[in-house]
Design a binder for this molecule. Structure first.
Ligand code: 7PJ
Length: 295
């Protein structure tokens, strides 16, 4: 496949022992290790003998293997639900959900692993069991997060969020959302560099749906190319989000087509990694996009 070179796009990223070639866009498949997750209804839960929920590692492995077969380059394992209104979980609980899943994927499957977490303890342990990317919706803003990541070679995705999941939709006020997201990301990049996390280890994400109104989300997508000024690969998560549902009038399970339309716009504006629940369909969309872009 022909390369889509751009001066802003790194050609490759090292995630642990995996090299991800970013000369064409890549897919990050979502693996939720939460009993209350937003759009997979807790597919991974199994009921324990005491009636509690725990994450089924076998089921997680199966899903990861399917996504690998469908063409995902990265599996993003998350144990904290960050949907609007979600309650925080304890670090202990988060570790019990994600670490066995990360370890199993790292030992059994040939794919890069990302962990969707904001907790320094989870980051440290996840790196130790095989995560090559820290995907933090709080952009390493929590106590100890920078220090947890700095000594490793792990890549970090810095995402913009306004407020916290519990209240973020009440804080969605901006002068210019694009300028403010850019300024925030710039400031986090500088903070990372100061903490010893080199630029070459960073990705940026505008954080669709995180403390933004529908208008803000579409304004960000419309002007996504402006993030290229940061000179780092851009990751986007649009999959099944309310910005798709609000326009199409569709429930969570019926948002694929709308999400793919948004994804193609993101690709045209330079997105390098697409985080999605629907790997096979997103891989097809990228292939067609690349065929059109080829000279
Ligand atoms: C995102 C994420 C996103 C990154 C979630 C959901 C909510 N990480 N984690 N970007 N969204 N980097 O998937 O709907 O947009 S959780």
């Amino acid at each position: 496949m022909q390369r889509l070179d751009s001066p802003h796009r790194a050609t490759s990223l090292r995630l642990g022992k995996h090299y991800i070639d970013l000369s064409t866009p890549r897919v990050m498949g979502i693996l939720n290790a939460t009993p209350d997750s937003f759009s997979d209804g807790g597919r991974l839960q199994s009921v324990t003998q005491t009636g509690g929920f725990r994450v089924s590692v076998d089921r997680a492995l199966q899903l990861a293997e399917i996504m690998l077969g469908q063409g995902a380059s990265i599996i993003d394992v998350g144990g904290e639900s960050t949907r609007p209104g979600a309650l925080p979980v304890s670090e202990q609980e988060e570790m019990e959900r994600v670490l066995p899943v990360i370890e199993a994927i790292a030992t059994r499957l040939d794919i890069a692993i990302s962990v969707d977490t904001s907790s320094a303890g989870v980051m440290q342990h996840a790196i130790a069991v095989g995560a090559g990317l820290i995907n933090d919706v709080r952009a390493l803003g929590r106590q100890g997060a920078m220090e947890a990541v700095a000594p490793s070679t792990t890549v970090v995705c810095l995402m913009h969020m306004r407020g916290q999941p519990l209240n973020m939709q009440e804080q969605a006020e901006y002068g210019s959302v694009v300028d403010e997201v850019l300024a925030f990301l710039e400031q986090r990049i500088v903070a990372c560099e100061k903490a010893g996390i080199e630029r070459g280890r960073l990705l940026v994400d505008p954080g669709f749906g995180f403390g933004k109104t529908l208008t803000h989300n579409y304004e960000l997508l419309r002007h996504l190319e402006r993030l290229q000024v940061l000179g780092l690969p851009i990751l986007v998560g649009l999959s099944r989000k309310s910005m798709i549902g609000n326009v199409t009038g569709k429930g969570v399970e019926q948002r694929l087509a709308g999400g793919l339309a948004a994804t193609v716009h993101a690709l045209l504006k330079g997105a390098a990694i697409i985080r999605t629940h629907d790997v096979a369909e997103t891989v097809d969309a990228i292939k067609v996009h690349c065929a059109v872009m080829r000279d």
